[in-house]
Write a protein that binds this ligand. Sequence first.
Ligand SMILES: Nc1ncnc2c1ncn2[C@@H]1O[C@H](COP(=O)(O)OP(=O)(O)OP(=O)(O)O)[C@@H](O)[C@H]1O
Length: 283
Amino acid sequence: MITLNNLKFYFPKGKRVFDDVTLSFVAGNIYGLFGKNGEGKSTLMRIMSGLLFPKSGQCRVFDEDISKRTVSCLQNVFIVPEEFELNGLKITTYEQVNSVFYPKFSKDQFYELIAEFELSKDQKISTLSFGQKKKVLIAFGIATNTKLLLMDEPTNGLDIPSKSQFRKIMASVADEQRCIVISTHQVRDLHSLINHVVILNQCNIAFDYSLSKVSNHLWFGKPTQGPQESIIYAEPSFTGKSVLIREDREESEVDLELLFNAVLNNSDAINNVLKNTYHDHAV
Ligand SMILES: Nc1ncnc2c1ncn2[C@@H]1O[C@H](COP(=O)(O)OP(=O)(O)OP(=O)(O)O)[C@@H](O)[C@H]1O
């Protein structure tokens, strides 16, 4: 488990990024981390991977304070950053040089993923496109088999077929021992992959619920019947797409984009519905 306790963070001379954030991430889940530009998604991931230190509060990763940067803690964390520089090494050399830091690294898994991404292990990384370099990092990150895998905008730069390939691969590597946190603006890229949503807004956590809880208690679509008061948020467009309290309606697919807009528009309304639910429908 990863716990952030009363975390405060700001950059020198910068505005506050986190104001007393308390949050936990549990192994066995794939989290979608959402927020508008500049809300702190990358900063949070960098704190969780020990690259930035909180001004106060703590981030504990599997019971160790990550800011102490102990070997035992760091070898269990890998971050695929949004921006990166990879050297001019061949893919094989990159793997040999970097895999030694991760005791559970699987060479076979790495090269299977490299082949699946249609890359050749003898290619020099400097000759690859941005999207191909990203694939090398994604493959490496998965193959580290760290207990915590953080991915900051991993689908940025991937072409359309590679995005669905990414979803398929991530779904196949998720397991009970591993906690995966993925940030993106392209919420559709995480469709049917994540099972928990965290939304950052105004230096704090605006939303933190499992998708099963969301679909048990909220309904997404165009309402045709039922009392208007069950509408929590309606898209201000001709589509009529809305978020409603589910009540007796059939379960609907969670529309992540609509959920995100609804939370930014009125997080209290949504949180009040979810917070006050004790009994979940059978799933
Ligand atoms: N090195 C830095 N020095 C000062 N301020 C910074 C630095 N890096 C980020 N910031 C500021 O911290 C805040 C959070 O930035 P961060 O990159 O974490 O946001 P983000 O949610 O990942 O944004 P985006 O969606 O645009 O990638 C922003 O206001 C940003 O301007």
